[in-house]
Design a protein around this ligand. Structure first.
Ligand code: SF4
Length: 423
C-alpha cells in the first residue's frame, strides 16, 4: 500500500500488469487480494480477503490510539485543565473540516530538544531557522526535562500524559534524543511517538529507534518523505517488517500530499488553510529555555503557524517551569463565566443574517445555524465590550437570565467565545 500511495510510476505499472509489477518489486502479495484497498479507502473494518487480516489488524491498532487518548483525557483530575482542553478541542472542531478535527490528538505537551532544524523541508509549517543548538542530556537538562513532566503531572493530576519531543524541530538532530526518550519512559511508562524526516541520515540509528518504539511504545512512528526519489530509497533501505509500524507521510505531488498554507508553504498555489500543530498544553523548548501554553487553530491571519499561544515565558530551572505551569491554572484554566466575564465571539467567526430568518455563524470551514429567538438575540449582543451581565441585562425584557446564561455557557464550552484576551 505504501508503494501504491507513494509512487505514481508504480501505480501506472500495476494498472498495466499487476502480477508482473509486484513480482518485479519483490512484493510478496496476491494482487487480486489487495485490489480492493487500491480502489477506495476501505476504513478499518473491511476484510475483503483472508490474506488482508494482519493489515486490518494494524489499521485497527492505529485507530485505537485515538480511543486511548480519549481514555487518557478522562483521567485528568484537575477540572480547570480538563475543561480548558475540552474547550480547545471543541474550538478546533468548529474551525476544522470534520475529519481533521477528530484526527488532531491535542497532546498535553511537547518538549523540543533543538533550536532550529537541519532539514529545511520546503513545506514546513513552522519554518524554523537553521539548526543552531541542541540540548545534550546533561544533568541540568535532564533535571529541567524531568521537572517539566513532573510539573504537568502534578498540575493535571494525571499519572501519565500524552506528549512528544519535537514540534517544529527534527528529533534526530539531537544526538541524545534516545536518552531523552528513555527518561520520558521512566517518567511516563511509554516511549512517545517519533516523527522524523531524517530517517535516512543514519539508518542503523533509525532501526534501533524503531526497535525501541516497538518494545516500549504504542501506535505508529512516522517518516516524513519529501520526494518520490526519497520514497523509493526509503523502500530500498528498510524491510517491510521494519516499516510495518511506520506511517509514511508523503509530502510530494506524486503522492497527492496536502500542504498547509503556513510557514514555508505560505506562497504555494496548491496550499490550503490548516494546521499541523498538535499540542493543547505546554510547548517547551529546552535550548532556548522558553515555555508557552498553546493550542492548534486555523486562524491564518492571526496565528500563521497554526497554533494559538495563550502565555509565554522563559525559564532557567525546573522550579521556573513548575511555577509557569502552576500559574496557568490561576490565569487561564480556572476561567469561568462570571458576571464581568467578556463575551465576544471569536475573531475568526462571522455572523450573517440569512434570508430564511436564521442567523449563521461562520468560520473558515464550518457554518452553524441558529433559528431560536433567544439564541439570536444573545449572539447579536456578544461583542468586544459586552460582559455576561450586560448581555443578560440587554435580553431581560424578553428572556429570564437562566436560559440566557445557559446559552452563553454553551457558546463558551464550544469555544466560540474569545478566551485568548482575558486578563
Ligand atoms: S517539517 Fe520537521 S523536519 Fe522538516 S523542516 Fe520542519 S521541523 Fe524540520
Amino acid at each position: 500500500m505504501d508503494w501504491w500511495r507513494g509512487d505514481d510510476a508504480f501505480r501506472a505499472r500495476v494498472e498495466a500488469d499487476p502480477a508482473g509489477t509486484v513480482a518485479a518489486y519483490g512484493i510478496r502479495v496476491d494482487p487480486d487480494a489487495v485490489r480492493s484497498l487500491c480502489d477506495a479507502d476501505p476504513g478499518v473494518d473491511g476484510a475483503a480477503h483472508p490474506a488482508l487480516a494482519p493489515y486490518y489488524e494494524d489499521l485497527r491498532a492505529r485507530a485505537a490510539v485515538y480511543d486511548e487518548l480519549d481514555q487518557l483525557e478522562s483521567t485528568i483530575a484537575d477540572p480547570g485543565f480538563a475543561g480548558w482542553r475540552q474547550r480547545q478541542r471543541q474550538r478546533f472542531a468548529t474551525q476544522a473540516p470534520d475529519a481533521w478535527g477528530r484526527k488532531n490528538p491535542h497532546l498535553m505537551f511537547s518538549i523540543e530538544l533543538s533550536d532550529g532544524c537541519s532539514i529545511a523541508c520546503p513545506y514546513c509549517a513552522g519554518a524554523p531557522g537553521r539548526l543552531t543548538s541542541v540540548s545534550r542530556f546533561t544533568p541540568a537538562n535532564a533535571a529541567r526535562f524531568r521537572g517539566a513532566i513532573q510539573a504537568i503531572k502534578a498540575m493535571s493530576g494525571c499519572s501519565t500524559l500524552s506528549g512528544v519531543l519535537y514540534h517544529f524541530t527534527e528529533p534526530l538532530d539531537n544526538p541524545d534524543y534516545e536518552r531523552f526518550l528513555e527518561a520520558y519512559r521512566e517518567e511516563l511508562g511509554v516511549v512517545p511517538q517519533t516523527t522524523t524526516a531524517a530517517w535516512a541520515k543514519r539508518p542503523e540509528r533509525t532501526r534501533r529507534l524503531l526497535a525501541m518504539a516497538r518494545e516500549h511504545g504504542r501506535g505508529v512512528q512516522r517518516f516524513s518523505v519529501n520526494s518520490v526519489e526519497a520514497f523509493r530509497s526509503c523502500m530500498a533501505l528498510f524491510t517491510p517488517e521494519e516499516l510495518r509500524h511506520v506511517l509514511i507521510v508523503h509530502h510530494y505531488p506524486e503522492a497527492g500530499g496536502v500542504y498547509y498554507r503556513s510557514g514555508r508553504a505560505r506562497s504555494r498555489d496548491d496550499a490550503v488553510d490548516g494546521s499541523i500543530a498538535c499540542v493543547s498544553g505546554f510547548l517547551i523548548n529546552l535550548p532556548t529555555r522558553t515555555i508557552q501554553l498553546v493550542s492548534p487553530c486555523i486562524e491564518p491571519a492571526r496565528w500563521p503557524k497554526g497554533f494559538r499561544s495563550f502565555a509565554t515565558s522563559t525559564f532557567e530551572s525546573d522550579d521556573d517551569l513548575a511555577a509557569f505551569v502552576a500559574r496557568q491554572r490561576h490565569e487561564v484554566f480556572d476561567r469561568v463565566l462570571h458576571d464581568d466575564a467578556p463575551v465576544a465571539l471569536r475573531n475568526d467567526v462571522s455572523l450573517l443574517e440569512a434570508e430564511d430568518g436564521t442567523l449563521r455563524l461562520r468560520t473558515l470551514y464550518r457554518t452553524f445555524t441558529f433559528g431560536d429567538r433567544l439564541q439570536q438575540r444573545v449572539l447579536r449582543h456578544c461583542s468586544p465590550t459586552a460582559t455576561v451581565a450586560s448581555v443578560i441585562d440587554d435580553c431581560s425584557r424578553e428572556h429570564s437570565s437562566a436560559p440566557v446564561f445557559a446559552f452563553l455557557q454553551l457558546l463558551w464550552d464550544a469555544g466560540l467565545l474569545e478566551d485568548g484576551a482575558w486578563r
